[in-house]
Design a protein around this ligand. Structure first.
Ligand code: HEC
Length: 143
């Protein structure tokens, strides 16, 4: 019992230390998306808000897709895309998620339609595309 108590104390200390580790932010010194848990609300939503929500808004949503914070998740995870028979986001499967094709510009290869996203702007940075990819790979959670 005593030894178990000590192990428990060590585990608790480790957990407390982990909890104190800084969260990810967009500075160069931070770990890559693939090396951490990507948060939909903290990491993905701001990307959509900056690059996508001007068109994907609730009044006349382009492509029937709303990417404003309050609506984005319900418009993505396990929701069929308008342009193909693929899901917009297939949780756990970035390669089966149409949104990846649209932001990579490979939508033609999956019989998609229209333009690469974001229309009229430079493509997302590789590091930003990676955030979306890893978020989907990690289960596409509303976290
Ligand atoms: C300037 C306006 C505009 C911007 C900015 C924009 N989109 Fe779009 N989006 C559209 C339009 C219009 C369509 C439908 C026609 C097309 O695909 O070209 C569309 C379609 C889509 C579709 C297909 C929806 C479906 O169900 O088939 C996805 C996915 C998408 N956009 C994601 C994004 C993402 C992610 C961003 C930001 C990185 C973004 N869009 C930025 C205008 C925009």
């Amino acid at each position: 019992m005593r030894r178990f108590g000590l192990i428990g104390a060590v585990a608790a200390t480790l957990a407390a230390t982990a909890a104190l580790m800084p969260g990810w932010s967009a500075t160069a010194a931070q770990p890559k998306a693939s090396a951490r848990i990507v948060s939909f609300k903290r990491d993905v939503i701001p990307l959509f808000q900056t690059n996508c929500a001007v068109c994907h808004q609730e009044t006349v949503p382009s492509g029937g897709l709303v990417l404003l914070p309050a609506y984005a998740y319900a418009n993505l995870a396990n929701v069929g895309s308008v342009q193909t028979s693929m899901l917009r986001v297939a949780p756990g499967k970035p390669d089966k998620s149409y949104i990846m094709n649209k932001i990579l510009g490979t939508h033609g290869s999956v019989r998609g339609k229209g333009n690469a996203m974001p229309i009229g702007q430079p493509p997302l940075l590789n590091s930003e595309i990676e955030i979306v990819r890893v978020w989907i790979a990690q289960g596409g959670k509303n976290n």
